[in-house]
Design a protein around this ligand. Structure first.
Ligand code: PEP
Ligand code: MG
Length: 406
């Protein structure tokens, strides 16, 4: 903090490998430090559905969220073991601790492996597997793992510390390194979603946030759209609108996109919406004629339906298996079909071994998952038969209906 006040910026990261322990880990810090020795992170605030945890999973880094505040007393410079699966940070471990021997044998870095060129279910149904990213590092990781492209570029993560709306040049500086890796590939770029745990200081308390704030700043929207069109010119570009609640919002973005594309002499990209608000999922048929694709955000959808804050340590991707959430997902898929609108799932439930088969069973054939998870998810898809999966999903939906009727 003193460094910032003196205008020196953040102190350099420690030499060698280190574990970041903070009251609240910032997802942008994870991206920046991942290339400078970051081996894992521990956050007192948040849970498995917080954006820091999502980015850590995308980067293939172990992370503990919702940790006991006692971890903040851990002194810097000591050896430590982070066992995220067991939920433990062991400071000054016994030199004979079994984890140390295991770590010495393991190859460092994210899980190796690569998804096959064509990802298919056990019964041969083709599935498009894309990755979620907020940085060039994740994009490289996802592509090297076999992702066909990017199904969700979270543009706001780079600007969570911003003191004003990013300029066109600011957007270009962040977009070019990512979209430059995606020539000829799908690149779904989401408009700034300054909501939840991603609100920058200039949109502080009491102010409008998220999509509403962006639409009230039409120049900021135009700046981002122009930058997306320029940086994504060589990609199979699509623009995704977050947290949509009304047709007016879609119409406003569509008009701005058409204007930006005409001015740039660029082809009009596809326009899709995140379906992550329960009322929007319930009214999906009303949105189907206004959009080219739906992308289901199970993180926000499940948290709203189940009444859990995203930062609540109880919130986690597997909760999308709840029949109340699955019923809404089924409604979105059924609304999309007759309108010829494609559906993908980009919430973290798509990379959850419990929920993934249910999504395939409901008919989802496009998934976008954390970059480091691509090979593992491809393996789970290959092990899933769609007939059994459809039966399993129908069973959960019927059990949910029974509960409602009782
Ligand atoms: C979601 O809500 O599922 C989603 C993908 O968006 P984000 O996690 O960025 O809110
Ligand atoms: Mg969301």
């Amino acid at each position: 903090m003193v460094g910032h006040l003196r205008g020196h910026g953040a102190p350099p990261p420690p030499a060698g490998k280190f574990i970041l322990v903070r009251r609240e880990v910032d997802p942008a810090d994870l991206i920046q430090l991942a290339e400078h020795g970051l081996a894992g992170a521990v956050s007192v605030a948040g849970g498995a559905s917080s954006h820091a945890a999502i980015i850590a999973r995308g980067l293939g880094l172990p992370m503990l969220a919702g940790a006991d505040p006692g971890v903040l007393a851990a002194a810097a410079g000591h050896h430590a073991i982070l066992d995220a699966a067991a939920g433990e940070l062991i400071v000054d471990p016994d030199p004979h601790h079994p984890h140390l021997a295991a770590a010495a044998r393991a190859t460092p870095g994210p899980r190796a492996g690569r998804a096959p060129l064509e990802v298919r279910t056990a019964d041969g149904e083709p599935v498009t597997l894309l990755c979620n990213v907020a940085s060039a590092a994740e994009t490289r990781l996802g592509l090297s793992g076999g992702a066909a492209g990017v199904g969700l570029l979270r543009t706001e993560i780079a600007f969570t510390g911003a003191t004003g709306w990013p300029s066109e040049a600011g957007h270009l500086a962040r977009l070019t390194p990512v979209l430059g890796l995606l020539a000829g590939r799908p690149a779904v770029v989401r408009l700034l979603d300054f909501s939840g745990d991603k609100v920058p200081p200039f949109l502080g308390r009491g102010q409008e946030q998220g999509l509403a704030a962006l639409l009230r700043a039409p120049e900021a929207l135009d700046d981002q759209l122009r930058a997306i069109l320029r940086a994504g010119a060589e990609t199979r570009l699509a623009v995704l609108v977050p947290m949509v609640t009304s047709l007016e919002e879609v119409a406003q973005v569509r008009a701005a996109l058409a204007k930006a594309a005409a001015e740039a002499g660029a082809a009009l990209p596809q326009l899709g919406i995140m379906v992550e608000v329960a009322a929007t999922a319930a009214a999906a048929a009303g949105f189907a004629d206004a959009v080219d694709f739906f992308s289901i955000g199970t993180n926000d959808l499940a948290s709203e339906v189940l009444g859990l804050d995203r930062a609540d340590p109880r919130a986690r991707p597997a909760l999308a298996a709840d029949p109340r959430v699955l019923t809404l997902i089924q409604n979105v898929i059924q609304a999309a079909r007759p309108a010829g609108v494609s559906v993908s799932v980009c919430g973290d439930a798509a990379a959850d071994p419990l929920v993934l088969p249910l999504l395939l069973g409901l008919g989802v054939r496009m998934l976008s998952v954390g970059a480091a998870r691509v090979p593992q998810v491809a393996g789970w898809i290959a092990a899933t038969g769609t007939t059994a999966a459809a039966r399993q999903a129908a069973g959960i939906l019927a059990a949910g209906q029974d509960q409602v009727n009782r």
